[in-house]
Design a protein around this ligand. Sequence first.
Ligand code: XIL
Length: 694
Amino acid sequence: MPTLSSRAGRATLGVLTLTLSALTVVVAATSTPVRAADPVTVLSSGFEDGTVQGWARRGTVEVVENSATVAHAGTRSLLTSGRTASWNGPSRDLLATVTRGTRYTYSVWARAAAGAGSVQLRMSVERRWQGTANYEQVVNSTTVTDGGWTQLTGGYTLANDADFFAVYVETVSGTASFHIDDFSLSYLPPSPIQTDIPSLKSVFANDFPIGAAVGRPQLLAERGQLLAKHFNSVTAGNAMKWDATEPTEGVYTWTDADAIVAFARANAMKVRGHTFVWHNQTPAWVFNDANGQPMTATAANKTLLLSRLEAHIRAVGGRYADDVSAWDVVNEVIDENQSDGLRRSTWYTITGLDYIRTAFRVARQVAPKAKLFINDYNTNVQAKRDKLYNLVAQLKSEGVPVDGVGHQQHGNISWPTGAETDSMIATFLPLGVEQQITEMDVSIYTSNSESFTTPPADRLASQAARYKAWFDVFRKYKANITSVTLWGLADDETWLDSYPVSRKDFPLLFDVQLQAKPAYWSVIGAASPTASGPASPSASASPSPSPSRSPSASPSPSASASPSPSASRSPSASPSASASPSGSQAPASCRVKYTVTSQWNTGFQGDVVITNTGSAAVSGWALRWTFANGQVINQSWSSVYAQSGANVTITNAAWNATIGANGGTASFGFLSSWSGSNTAPVAFTLNGSACTLG
Ligand code: XIL
């Protein structure tokens, strides 16, 4: 989005949290998107009974009292006056009210006291565990006035251990008096995830790892299940940033990062480390001189800053040396409007280019197993990527160990195009570096003035097309792209809810109830099950889910009969079509393992592994079988499929044409329809020779 180039500094605290609701999860074996349940309100404070309803002052001097002066609804509200610090304000204990792992919506109406004019308020939570307090904003700075009521609404999931937990309202600065009224705390009952749809990681198994940026809430309950099912890579959205890991010099906090890494280990996921060096989310102390004053550009300060940088990378990179396979060593260092292309951050003004050189060299020493990336946004914009190219070329010529370029790929429904994305990747090929897509999302908005509370169907369709166009490019360049990561798990929680403006956004592949969106279906190469009906969010909002909206609609025979985008445009399919004419290959000795990895009412996903049991390599192959029950394949990956009646012929993709001798394997997957029964085939031939099973 064009506005990204003007992104403002963000002082954000890590997304928090944790879990476990004692709710029994009923796993419904259905891929029909579940409909939105009604929110459940667990606490409301209207102050109509004349009391403070459990609200109390945070400080020791301010006055929190019931007031009949103004009211949002009814005749009463809660007034806080006599404040002597900005953090003074009304607070409500919620420890016994919230369930860990459940995302709640916090809503309150606020208004400045008479005569106070305009005041900036925010709503936050305080969480304590064994004497250590954490403060996190639920609603960012919001202007309220003494002339009317303003609503503050935000979402928050308690995910960490806590022995104290409270919500509070404070001013951003100053001590103005203010009212609050009609506070409510509510949640959407969690929906079971769809267990019978293809997992993204299996669909892209032969292309690249597929990742999501997460916080601790995404490790828990249904969200944890969704993460483990679909993704084989994970990035900490905030938990490995400097403000999260070393908020005070030499004092490290690993709680959230450790939890994410442990989840990744338990689920055999890769970890992308994000990030050692950034101009945002870096504590102020880092840039203070020996006297605690903001650094000026002196030799002593340069030495001090680089030593802090080294110590930080040694600590964080060293801790996760066995776990992180790629680090965003530096993040967003390019400014294409500077003639030298370098962002004028404090890092740059104090050290010049040396912070980048030092960061990469120290990272290589301390995390030798990790690939080291330089990560940035808007790399699809030519002026920017050219500066990035020049910098990487220079660093490499100096011997600075840069392994790859990370493309954030934050976009929207109309930008960037597939062609722009193609150029983005192609630009860096001559450098011979790895490329990763590191923070992908597709906002449904193209301007800051738009706002929807539920996403319109046409936006979701455009979003699906945008994702599809990008993934077509990623697959085309899969030899050069070593990871593709989405910046979030599902639409229930995305950084775009507060950036570039506060409004609900829906930029990911799963909706607010964790159900597959049209974008998911387009990405896996299938037509959306909602394509011919209402789009899923509106469908899910309707009172009764229609059984006809099952994903079986997508793997229908008609999908393969018509030129479906997936079949006709899959880059992995096209090269092999010409590369491997079936029938011309040498006979083979083979074993075939055929697995139905998931099945829903009229569709299923199959995975097949071919093992070459012969003593000669197979070069170009065609695997044939006959379906017994009328199954019809409508998509395959890592292969090209053809079907005539019940007879199926699968030929290799260009890249897996050769199957090594004495146990070499080739794998592919497919989506197919079925009805009645779905018997697995038991007779396979490879290049005309019968294979054994298993
Ligand atoms: C974002 C996080 O997702 C938010 O939670 C936080 O408030 C701000 O940072 N580019 C980056 C990421 O490199 O680190 C940013 O992450 C999104 C933009």
